[in-house]
Design a protein around this ligand. Structure first.
Ligand SMILES: Cc1cc2nc3c(=O)[nH]c(=O)nc-3n(C[C@H](O)[C@H](O)[C@H](O)COP(=O)(O)O)c2cc1C
Length: 500
């Protein structure tokens, strides 16, 4: 086996959108209670969805990470009973039943260890022939820490300081073997050229790692790095470290503003303006005609969030049980039991003033003539998975406009139905987009890096040949963390809709 040679130039034609599919598990985006809905946990559902996506030339198959069921008022939270098998195990199995599609594992930097996680992702990259990616998250909740021996949690800025050192260490691990570290054939005196392997050393505030990688470079150099986290700190982190941002900004104006912001941060980080691709999450509800799509959207919404879930949603913000409140009536005129919201024990957004927020919502719902169910359903469609709904042709026209304006590089699609939720997208929307010249007509290569038009990773300086005792990761990370803390505070982070 010989190590791969870096491709000289990426093959991606300009202005083509890439699709990913995000298999979420059961939450407020899922229609699970109809006869057409299949298992959320059987391998067969994952296989069917991944193979359909590959038939539709999707760049990536995504799995999220939820290490602990969410709880609220002492119960498992009805809106977020995700299945979520371990992403790397599932993706390794999918690597054997697919040939081209990228395989993206969401993994946090708060509770993992860098060399260990780097090794597992590296293994997935080799198993899949260069199709692995890591969606880097820091996790937004403290209760996940209860799973772990050391428990605890880090504050927001520390999580990103930690993440920065973590990712730099991982990059060093992945690039620590030279291209010809392994003998090209059996006539060489030894299989491994030890000179071609650089040890990785990191001694920092959060952890100490002295490590020698056990694996040669993958066909795409290293796993592609996605990032999901939207604070100013998170965006700066992405600008410095990521290849792709999985964003929550898919409305056109918002997507354009986000593109501008990420581009500015990327240039400030000393990277080329287009170094970071952007793929917002989204949902499609499609039909042959606009009228049918409208009816379908209403049906989908009514199945995504029922009366019980709508009340559970409000209870998070009121901080109390709302037994007896009619889901078809107005928002409750009851004072919240908390000063600040603390959604599902810290997930989503925290710290909004509960009395102000709930009063504003009551006003908004009254002005719009909405009952609880209608209000909660509308809020859910404003979240990260904002919906494109309409006829195949109309939605294709709208997406072509995103492509023309360069607002995004693609979309990460959450199907509301498992496992058939991509069928109409692949059968009808993809051909419409291809006709408009804004979607690939074939895979541009074998690796995920090639599908996304990303350059061969330039991590050599961070990896091979790092001298023993060097601790540049820690000193860079600490400086970044200090700056990030102030920025986030000054920016007064905006609350996000918390249905996930
Ligand atoms: C589109 C998107 C998808 C995310 N997916 C996950 C996930 O699967 N698991 C997880 O623990 N966190 C996920 N996160 C949350 C991140 O972990 C991040 O910690 C959180 O958004 C807080 O970071 P921030 O303050 O920079 O936004 C996601 C965030 C976004 C924006």
């Amino acid at each position: 086996m010989s190590a791969p040679v870096a491709p000289t130039s990426p093959a991606r034609p300009s202005r083509q959108l890439q699709f990913g599919v995000f298999f979420q598990g059961v939450n407020s985006s899922t229609v699970w209670n109809v006869p057409e809905a299949g298992s959320q946990t059987d391998f067969e559902s994952f296989r069917r969805l991944a193979q359909t996506a590959e038939r539709g030339l999707f760049a990536a198959f995504f799995l999220g990470e939820g290490l602990r069921l969410r709880e609220h008022l002492g119960h498992v939270h009805d809106l977020d009973v995700v299945g979520r098998p371990d992403a790397q195990t599932m993706l390794a199995a999918l690597a054997r039943v697919t040939t081209r599609i990228g395989l993206v594992a969401t993994q946090n930097t708060t509770y993992n260890d860098p060399a260990d996680l780097a090794h597992r992702l590296h293994s997935l990259d080799l198993i899949s022939g260069g199709r692995a990616a890591w969606n880097i998250v820091t996790t937004d909740n403290e209760w996940t820490g209860e799973n772990f021996r050391r428990g605890g949690y880090l504050d927001h800025a520390d999580r990103y300081t930690h993440a920065e050192a973590f990712v730099q260490t991982a990059k060093r691990v992945w690039s620590s073997w030279g291209a010809d570290a392994i003998a090209a054939d059996g006539r060489a005196p030894q299989w491994l050229d030890r000179q071609g392997i650089g040890p990785v050393h990191h001694e920092g505030e959060h952890y100490t790692v002295h490590y020698i990688s056990r694996l040669p470079r993958s066909p795409q150099g290293r796993p592609v790095l996605f990032q999901a986290g939207d604070s100013p700190t998170g965006r700066d982190f992405a600008a410095r470290q990521a290849d792709v941002v999985f964003s929550a900004h898919n409305a056109l104006d918002d997507a354009l503003a986000f593109r501008k912001d990420i581009t500015e941060r990327t240039v400030e980080a000393g990277r080329p303006a287009d170094a970071v691709k952007i793929m917002p999450g989204t949902e499609f509800v499609l039909a042959p005609t606009p009228r049918e799509a409208e009816e379908k959207l209403e049906w989908v919404r009514s199945h995504q969030i029922g009366p019980q879930q709508a009340i559970a949603y409000l209870e998070q913000f009121w901080g109390r049980a709302l037994d007896g409140v009619d889901p078809e009536g107005p928002l409750p005129d009851i004072a919240p039991a908390v000063d600040e919201t603390d959604v599902t024990r810290g997930s989503g957004f925290q710290g909004a003033k509960a009395a102000e927020l709930t009063a504003a919502w009551r006003r908004e719902a009254a002005e719009k003539g909405q009952n609880i169910l209608q209000f909660v359903r509308e809020r859910s469609s404003r979240g990260a998975s904002r919906t494109f709904s309409g006829s195949y042709a109309d939605v294709a026209d709208r997406l072509a406009e995103y492509s023309r304006l360069g607002a995004v590089d693609g979309f990460n699609i959450t199907p509301w139905l498992i496992p058939s939720g991509l069928d109409d997208i692949v059968n009808h929307l993809v051909p419409e987009l291809q006709e408009r010249g804004v979607y690939p007509t074939e895979y541009s290569g074998d690796t995920l890096r090639e599908h996304l038009g990303l350059d061969w990773p330039d991590d050599e300086g961070a990896g091979a040949g790092v001298a023993d005792g060097t601790d540049s990761v820690d000193s860079a990370g600490a400086a970044i963390g200090d700056r990030a803390t102030r920025e986030d505070h000054d920016a007064g982070r905006a609350p996000q809709p918390a249905i996930t």
